[in-house]
Design a protein. Structure first.
Length: 264
């Protein structure tokens, strides 16, 4: 039986395949580290993404991908699992009513945002910007960079046609406009949803950290795998490796039988 896969466009317009997470024994090795999220995403992508010939990507390759490109790859992994809907729980900021929002990942899947783009300030000065890649996150984390000005400056490549270095200080007036420019060019990375409360009709923007929600889903899949191993090992005394070597449909069959016979 062929493993389900979804294709997506990786950097340099190369087509790649993503497999469903939870279909290989090595998926239990991924550490869902909430502190170093970028490393967890990189490990996931290295494990689940291949080129269209089935060749693995390099272990450092996803560090060079923009956050937008990484999101597209994570979405493709989720679509390969046939699981397109993320259910978000939010509370109305006016009346506190709990609301459930269904996000259909198929509406977000597509070509990644261009890694470079041009923005003009109020005076018409042309500014060349690049989207942050995971290597930037790693460097900012290592150097303890938190100042918005420093983050923004490191993503400016040139001003009025002149290349600028990392020591370039953008005018303070640019900072919030730059934030808006990045959000407009790459709406997926800083996703904003608009929702209306069914109880009080209040219109509310909802900031959605799509990467965090996707990671939550993969962590849930891993927890389910571990639970299945535990149930099958308890019932049949098979080893973890033996259980994980079974195709998913056979694991599901034995689990059904355990439930039907009341063994669990
Ligand atoms: Zn409300």
């Amino acid at each position: 039986m062929n493993e389900p896969k979804a294709t997506f466009t990786a950097p340099a317009a190369q087509r790649c395949c993503a497999r469903a997470f939870g279909s290989a024994a090595c998926d239990l090795d991924i550490a869902f580290d909430v502190v170093d999220r970028a490393s967890a995403v990189t490990a996931l992508l290295v494990s689940c993404v291949s080129d269209t010939q089935g060749r693995a990507i390099g272990i450092d390759e996803p560090w060079t991908w923009t956050l937008n490109q990484r999101l597209q790859a994570l979405i493709a992994m989720r679509l390969a699992a046939g699981d397109a809907i993320i259910e978000l729980q939010v509370a109305c900021s006016a009346c506190g009513e709990a609301m459930a929002l269904d996000l259909d990942l198929r509406t977000f899947a597509g070509d990644p945002a261009a890694p470079r783009f041009t923005w003009y300030d109020d005076d018409g000065t042309e500014v060349s910007l690049r989207l942050p890649c995971a290597d930037d996150l790693r460097r900012w984390r290592r150097d303890g960079v938190l100042a918005q000005e420093t983050l923004a400056a490191s993503l400016i490549e040139s001003v009025a046609g002149q290349a600028v270095g990392a020591d370039h200080h953008p005018p303070a007036g640019w900072l919030s406009a730059l934030d808006d420019a990045f959000a407009a060019h790459d709406p997926l990375t800083a996703l904003q949803l608009q929702t209306r409360c069914p109880a009080c009709d209040h219109d509310q923007p909802v900031a959605c950290d799509l990467e965090a929600w996707l990671l939550d889903g993969f962590a849930g899949t891993q927890a389910k795998m571990l639970e299945e191993v535990l149930q099958l090992a308890s019932a049949f005394h098979w080893s973890e490796a033996e259980i994980l070597a079974l195709p998913r449909w056979r694991r599901a069959h034995y689990l059904q039988q355990i439930a039907a016979r009341g063994w669990a």
